[in-house]
Design a protein around this ligand. Structure first.
Ligand code: C2O
Ligand code: CU
Ligand code: CU
Length: 573
């Protein structure tokens, strides 16, 4: 008798714990934050329990199981990043939306081999807004983003800080990365298992949380929403059709809040919104939903198919992305939407001195190559556009093709000045780095290509659907013209001497010509493995080699003026 009772208690508790683990909703995971000026990131393979059964093989950054920490930058600071790639593959990490030197950009040319540490740094000049970081290795972007590698970047500045806006991270200021995944019966992501390729996931994930829920205070709440999908677009709103307020686009605050009941968000785009829960009662529930049913064909995810390459269980459906429970009001709640936000001065079409046209054209049709730009497959060694430093340019992106896309450009934030479909909507009137390019339309933006020129490392422009990007729907541009004091010169670089200092674990470089600047330093171990990559290294304090094992290493230095590469050996004791 006793045994039977114990058994049934065991069975009941098993049922209870199983239903806890896979209850109707799971608490939304809020990424940790890292603030300051030094950011240490480790990219890794890991596992996440995303559904009953096997754990799913994922990728993540630092302690996360999917996705990574939120980096908080202050405008004006110089941020130093230390990234170690512990994957078995090469990858890159791109700082989406940030204005920085091309050699620090983390595009397909800034490859981080397995085991290597990459140390980019730059001065943060972007406006306060929500940005993100993600892998960008050509032909591997779909795979590495699908695994979950990525994270948010929040930039803060004085303009934003002076406004009465919700700013309690994870409490009334919620980062929300929306995506979806499909699974094999063994719970492997279908996109990355190499056989079942689908552009769309079948199950929604918010910050990597399936069926996410959050308790939010009864007051004004801010969401920083990122479409972190492979291809799907979102037509977002709330289950009770309440009005919310768009306060920011990709690259900063709007001039004034824009009231809406639905907002479209395409892959790579961010939108910051305010929603008033102050009129709710504690205990009320509502859902943030993708109202994706009934979209015209061409809207990514409007396809009728439920399976196959274009199919998914979420296609052409309305579905919940976040379940919200209204909780108690916090201390010092924000209760109102500010009447005005930033005072942006945008470029206009009349400011542009150069016009370019980029046309969406059919791809080869082989593999992922469904679409190209200007009839050309992406080629790592072809520079498609050359831009003069400080020029203001007008780019028209034309899409008379059969599907819609999300056009993204690196280096700049742009202003959409016109759309062939009519006026530019108020909700996308701010600084942007991705634009929705519906089927059969063209869109024109204006941007200034300031501050950073580099004849060697290009910036990218591409469709942000990773499958289209990997399929070759990408081009690259270099910004040429000299930055102050830096000029390309012919001739031989001056020589230099290496002084490894065992006492402090540092390597010092002494140039024969003190005006010499290092463009790039790479350190290789005795078997030729790249262990350090230092773009435009700051050498005054030496290079920290304390983590290197004792042995013989090769340092490869690219001189900034001539781009000539010189190698020297040193011994780490
Ligand atoms: Cu978000 Cu070129 O990428
Ligand atoms: Cu980007
Ligand atoms: Cu596309």
């Amino acid at each position: 008798m006793k045994k039977i009772v114990l058994h049934s208690i065991l069975i009941i508790s098993l049922i209870v714990s199983a239903s806890n683990a896979f209850a109707q909703y799971t608490n939304l995971w809020i990424p940790d934050t890292i603030a300051g000026t030094q950011f240490n990131l480790t990219i890794k393979d890991t596992f996440a329990q995303l559904r009953p059964g096997n754990q799913t093989i994922t990728g993540a950054v630092n302690n996360s199981q999917f996705w990574g920490p939120t980096l908080i930058f202050n405008q004006g600071d110089t941020v130093h990043i230390w990234i170690k790639n512990t994957l078995n593959d090469s990858t890159t990490i791109h700082w989406h939306g940030l204005h920085l030197p091309a050699v620090m950009d983390g595009g397909p040319h800034q490859v981080i081999p397995p085991g290597t540490i990459w140390q980019p740094y730059w001065k943060v000049t972007n406006n306060a807004s929500t940005y993100w970081y993600h892998p960008h290795l050509h032909n591997m972007t779909l795979n590495h983003i699908t695994k979950g590698i990525g994270g948010f970047i929040i930039v803060r500045d004085a303009v934003e800080a002076a406004l009465l806006l919700p700013r309690k991270y994870g409490i009334d200021d919620i980062p929300l990365a929306l995506t979806s995944r499909g699974y094999t019966s063994a719970n492997v992501f279908t996109i990355t298992n190499g056989t079942t390729i689908s552009e769309y996931g079948d199950y929604a994930l918010a910050n990597g949380t399936p069926k996410a829920q959050i308790t939010l205070p009864k007051q004004m709440v801010r969401f920083r929403i990122l479409n972190a999908e492979i291809e799907r677009g979102y037509n977002l709103g709330f289950s009770d059709n309440r009005t919310f307020y768009v306060i920011g686009n990709d690259g900063g605050l709007l001039n004034a809040p824009v009231p809406l009941t639905r907002v479209k968000l395409m892959v790579g785009e961010r939108v910051e919104i305010l929603v008033n829960l102050g009129t709710n009662n504690v205990g009320d529930t509502l859902n943030m939903r993708a109202f994706n049913s009934g979209q015209v064909f061409g809207f990514p995810g409007a396809e009728p198919q439920q399976s196959g390459i274009n199919g998914s269980l979420l296609n052409n459906k309305d579905f919940t992305v976040l379940h919200i429970i209204v909780g108690a009001t916090t201390t010092n709640p924000i209760t109102a939407v500010p009447a005005t936000l930033a005072n942006n001065t945008y470029w206009t079409a009349a400011d542009a001195t150069v016009n370019r046209t980029i046309t969406v054209t059919p791809g080869s049709g082989v593999g992922l190559s469904e679409f190209y730009f200007n009839n050309a497959n992406f080629n790592m060694t072809t520079i498609n556009q050359t831009v003069n430093l400080n020029d203001i340019e007008k780019w028209t992106i034309t899409n008379s093709n059969i599907f819609s896309h999300a056009f993204h450009i690196h280096d700049v934030q742009f202003k959409i000045v016109s759309r062939s479909s009519g006026t530019v909507a108020a909700y996308e009137s701010g600084w942007k780095d991705v634009l929705y390019l519906p089927k059969g339309e063209s869109a024109t933006f204006v941007a200034k290509f300031a501050d950073y020129s580099d004849a060697i490392h290009p910036f990218m422009y591409h469709c942000h659907f990773s499958n289209h990007e990997d399929g070759g729907m990408m081009g690259q541009f270099v910004v040429t013209g000299s930055m102050v004091g830096v000029q390309e010169q012919a001739g031989q670089p001056k020589d230099f001497t290496l002084y490894p200092n065992p006492a402090n674990g540092k390597l010092f470089i002494s140039f024969d010509d003190p005006t010499m600047v290092a463009y790039y330093i790479k350190v290789f171990d005795a078997v030729g493995r790249n262990v350090y990559m230092l773009p435009r290294p700051e050498l005054q304090n030496g290079i920290d080699i304390s983590s290197l094992r004792a042995g013989v290493y090769t340092l490869q230095l690219t001189d900034d003026k001539t781009k000539v590469v010189t190698t020297k050996k040193f011994i780490k004791e």
